[in-house]
Design a protein around this ligand. Structure first.
Ligand SMILES: *Cc1c(COP(=O)(O)O)cnc(C)c1O
Length: 353
């Protein structure tokens, strides 16, 4: 039997999310925090994990972890939190819940590829509204498109990926106010932006704030969280698979949230290093750097395909985004000072040729 005769056309048309091999590479392609946990903390964490009852199902809603997140992440009183296996799962849950027949979703683009992927899979009409040439946000144009298409769901990455651009707060607020449906504000990079709508949840009954611990330094445990009114979370929770966040993740997250200052200090180092790296990249011949409030930098590099291949040959892995929407763009994650130096040296060599 040929699977292609049975599989949905939307699925046949997709290509799977590609993750290149990274063994032995300076890995600057996936917005990971480059710093490991301190040795003593690792030992204490191992001890905590050794006490986990692997024979038991996890707490189904992660009550203890949710309470800790509400406190540590300053979720306003009266608002609920739900957990996801990565924030990816929560994006998918929001889409599945809102994909009524004929419903539309909308987002400024280019942006995180999973928005359109989940929308397409759920059979929604997907409207990608172009950003300006410099990846800044034309809120008036977006609001005009919303009144034409009436999307049930809007996604805004704040700051955006892959550009790193943080849209002006009042533009985002205007979109949330004007939206005819739900707005999921994806704050995956909040730790590096210093800006958030979390404290403004009460102003907007249609707003949901999505976060992840991945970019903060815990990409391996797969944990995202979504904050919103109890009325929204009650509905979205029905779409969530039971026990979607495993016991090891719940235990590790609780342990590290109690010691959040360690990760916040690492984020502060990354922010500082981001400034240095951006200035050094901008000083390279022909390179244009877009302003980033995230833990990565998007740069337009002459001959991006060739430079990307030349970096690979030097064991430096960055993301090649060369395509019509992000012409000649490479996206580099901010690494340790040493990793950034290796990247810059390699780039200097590649650009001279
Ligand atoms: C990385 C990223 C995510 C996914 O994060 P996970 O929690 O690791 O699934 C979501 N949104 C944006 C904008 C991202 O860049």
């Amino acid at each position: 039997m040929n699977p292609a005769e049975l599989v949905r056309p939307e699925v046949l048309a997709l290509s799977a999310y590609h993750v290149p091999p990274a063994e032995g590479m300076v890995k600057l392609d996936a917005m990971e925090n480059p710093y490991p946990l301190p040795e003593t903390l690792r030992r204490e964490l191992a001890e905590a994990l050794s006490r986990v009852e692997l024979n038991r199902y996890p707490d189904p809603s992660g009550a203890k972890l949710r309470e800790l997140l509400r406190r540590k992440m300053k979720v306003p009183a009266g608002f609920e939190v739900m957990l996801g296996n990565g924030s990816d799962e929560l994006l998918q849950i929001a889409v599945l819940a809102l994909a009524r027949p004929g419903a539309a979703m909308m987002f400024p683009a280019p942006t995180f590829v999973m928005y359109s992927m989940y929308g397409t899979l759920a059979g929604m009409k997907v409207h990608a509204v172009p950003l300006r040439e410099d990846f800044s946000f034309d809120a008036r144009a977006f609001i005009a498109r919303m009144s034409a298409e009436r999307p049930a769901l809007v996604f805004i990455a704040y700051p955006n990926n892959p550009s790193g651009v943080l849209y002006p707060e009042e533009d985002v607020a205007a979109v949330v106010r004007a939206a005819p449906g739900a707005v999921v504000l994806d704050e995956a990079y909040h730790a590096f932006a210093g800006k958030s709508f979390m404290h403004r949840l009460a102003e907007f009954p249609n707003l949901l704030v999505l976060r992840t611990v991945s970019k903060l330094g815990l990409a391996g445990i797969r944990l995202g969280y979504l904050a919103g009114s109890p009325a929204w979370i009650e509905q979205l929770n029905k779409v969530r698979s039971p026990y979607n966040v495993n016991v090891l993740t719940q235990t590790a997250a609780c342990f590290l949230l109690e010691r959040l200052e360690v990760l916040e200090e690492q984020a502060a180092r990354i922010r500082e290093e981001r400034g240095r790296l951006a200035r050094a990249l901008a000083a390279l011949p022909g390179v244009h750097v877009f302003p980033s409030e995230a833990n990565f930098i998007l740069a337009r590099v002459p001959g991006a395909d060739r430079v990307h291949a030349a970096l690979l040959a030097r064991k430096v892995l960055v993301k090649n985004l060369n395509s019509p929407a992000t012409r000649e763009c490479l996206r580099v994650t901010v690494g340790t000072p040493e990793e950034n130096r290796i990247l810059l040296d390699a780039l200097r060599e590649c650009l001279q040729k």
